[in-house]
Design a protein around this ligand. Structure first.
Ligand code: C2E
Ligand code: MG
Ligand code: MG
Ligand code: MG
Length: 286
């Protein structure tokens, strides 16, 4: 009868509630554990940078590298940033981690130069949280001076979403960095708000076309059309275009025909430790 059905529904509901409650609790405990181990990893020096070469399309030479962080976990092995950047951002630990990345990437660039490599720009990914830190320009200036680098040798990559959050403050900080001489790139372009019309507020010199679009090259899809159109629009706004995730020669040739300025992807090299990227640059630029 109706009463019995109601009672049943209530009990099921209650059990479901307990079930979700337990799940949420497990998730919270997991996160606390990861936060704790991230903190320890920072203290123990478990982070590493790998570098992926960026190829200049007209010359085929390496014109830069992108620094990509990894966590050398004592038990789990080498972890990709997808496993920990999100939690680092939510817990605020991205601030010290991001600062470590800046120091490490700049020190490595100084070592590249000391090893005789020239004309290699270091691209560094900057999180939204870091971009809201008004001290970032001063910090960067200090690091550059410490290693005797020029700001022109650096490129900061920010995602569209970063740029759109708190645009006034972001523009202020980006302007300061740009005035120093640092190049600014919009990363994963095409996956966020994707409006070229308001990107003009930001002092951008490069757009990095997300690999989701590069993947569709040669296919009869909207993504392939967006890829074409984006390169044209970016150029008419005076921006250089870097294509991410180039895996095949067919993609490379297509991007060349579209006038794409730079490429990076597994076709050339995966992100690798510094010694390996030095060998790659030496043989490629010889
Ligand atoms: P991203 O900046 O867009 O970096 C490109 C990602 O694509 C890298 O993944 C790279 O390994 C991968 N990739 C490059 N070429 C290819 C290809 O040909 N095929 C495929 N399938 N993948 C390719 P990774 O290293 O796992 O980094 C993922 C994301 O984590 C980065 O995306 C970036 O948003 C973030 N990240 C990495 N390092 C840092 C960092 O130091 N700070 C911050 N805030 N974020 C970082
Ligand atoms: Mg990037
Ligand atoms: Mg990207
Ligand atoms: Mg990405």
């Amino acid at each position: 009868n109706a009463d019995a059905a109601m009672y049943h529904a209530k009990m099921v509901g209650r059990n479901n509630f307990q079930f979700f409650d337990q799940k949420m609790n497990d998730a919270a405990v997991d996160r606390l554990k990861i936060e704790h181990s991230l903190r320890q990893a920072l203290a123990n020096g478990e982070f590493r940078l790998h570098y992926q070469p960026v190829i200049d399309m007209p010359t085929g030479k390496v014109c830069g590298v992108e620094a990509l962080v990894r966590w050398q976990h004592p038990e789990k092995g080498l972890l990709a940033p997808g496993r920990f950047i999100g939690i680092a951002e939510e817990t605020g630990l991205i601030q010290p981690l991001g600062e470590w990345v800046l120091w490490a990437a700049c020190r490595q660039l100084a070592e590249f130069k000391a090893a005789g490599l020239s004309g290699v720009r270091m691209a560094i990914n900057i999180s939204a949280i870091q971009m809201r830190n008004g001290n970032l320009p001063l910090l960067v200036r200090g690091i550059i001076e410490a290693y005797g680098l020029r700001a022109e040798e650096l490129m900061f990559e920010i995602t569209e979403t970063v740029a759109m959050e708190q645009p006034t403050e972001t523009v202020r900080i980006l302007d300061l960095l740009h005035d120093m001489g640092i190049s600014i790139a919009i990363d994963d372009f095409g996956t966020g708000y994707s409006s070229l019309s308001y990107l003009h507020m930001f002092p951008i010199s490069h757009l990095k076309l997300d690999r989701a679009f590069v993947k569709e090259i040669g296919e009869d899809t909207d993504e392939a059309v967006i890829c074409d159109a984006t390169i044209g629009l970016a150029h008419s706004l005076g921006h250089k275009v870097v294509a991410e995730g180039v895996e095949t020669t067919a993609q490379l040739e297509y991007l060349r025909r579209l006038g794409c300025d730079m490429v990076q992807g597994f076709l050339f090299s995966q992100p690798v430790p510094a010694e390996q990227v030095i060998d790659f640059i030496r043989s490629r630029n010889a």
